[in-house]
Design a protein around this ligand. Structure first.
Ligand SMILES: [Zn+2]
Length: 266
């Protein structure tokens, strides 16, 4: 069974546009102002939007114009993997490093950018469990890191008979390699075990924030994830080096006093 956050193939009929499910007057205005939150409201069966924008524990994230994304060649397992260009560069380097390392191996991706509509299709499947239960492992539309174009789900699969998907995956060589090396390529684990956000441990889900704050695109990524990183730290995480406010050169020691004439011996 694939990890729960991985999207299932779309239904034959496709996900119904959520806007059509919103019958309240003024819904169009709400959709225009808060598209993600409104979409989540539409299929979350009454789940409200918290003061900090969270829905069922998930922070809000906007969608990105898919035309601005680039594909990581050969990485997508079932479909092309598209992410932001700055993410693609580091992801390609990470994949190449894993392939060259006997401890790593071939890394593939099962899910990269997801459109808002795609995320809605994943979360709002008919016949699914209660929204609050689904939200433990699936973000409501408008609240998934995948719509930002910065997140990647690696296809590291445990055996089908594994009773604990997360734990079984985490001990596989590829997952261990990711944990040890992904931060060197700008990726951090969004939802570690026991995370304060209340999201299920997802050892396959990594978001890109750049190796350094001044790396191309890193400032924008860190702005997008600022609340998540401050309130619910990733682990492993990209940790900023301590800031050096000033460097002070210690003063040279004073010269030794000249010999006193009275101390001369004859
Ligand atoms: Zn994911």
């Amino acid at each position: 069974m694939p990890p729960p956050c991985h999207p299932q193939p779309p239904r034959a009929s496709g996900a119904a546009p959520v806007a059509r499910r919103v019958a309240l007057p003024g819904a169009a205005l709400i959709l225009a102002v808060l598209p993600g939150a409104a979409l989540a409201q539409a299929c979350a069966t009454g789940a409200g939007i918290a003061a900090d924008g969270r829905v069922l524990g998930h922070l809000p994230y906007g969608d990105i114009d898919a035309a601005t994304l680039v594909e990581v060649p050969g990485f997508g397992l079932r479909a092309p993997c598209r992410v932001r260009a700055e993410v693609a560069a580091d992801l390609a380097r990470l994949v190449a490093a894993a392939a060259a390392d006997p401890a790593g191996g071939t890394l593939r991706g099962v899910s990269c950018h997801r459109s808002m509509a795609r995320q809605s299709g994943v979360f709002c499947r008919e016949g699914a469990t209660e929204a609050a239960d689904r939200a433990i492992s699936v973000a409501p539309p408008g609240h998934s890191e995948h719509t930002s174009g910065y997140a990647v789900d690696f296809a590291v699969r445990p055996s089908p008979n594994c009773p604990d998907v997360e734990a079984c995956m985490a001990i596989l060589p590829a997952a261990r390699w990711l944990r040890a090396n992904a931060p060197r390529y700008g990726f951090e684990l969004s939802f570690p075990p026991g995370n304060g956000q209340g999201v299920k441990w997802e050892p396959w889900h990594w978001r890109w924030v750049g190796t350094r704050a001044d790396a191309p695109g890193a400032a924008a990524a860190r702005f997008v994830f600022a609340a998540a990183r401050r309130r619910f730290p990733a682990d492993p995480a990209i940790v900023a080096p301590p800031r050096v406010v000033a460097t002070i050169t210690p003063p040279a020691p004073p010269p030794p006093p000249p010999p006193s004439p009275g101390n001369h011996r004859r």
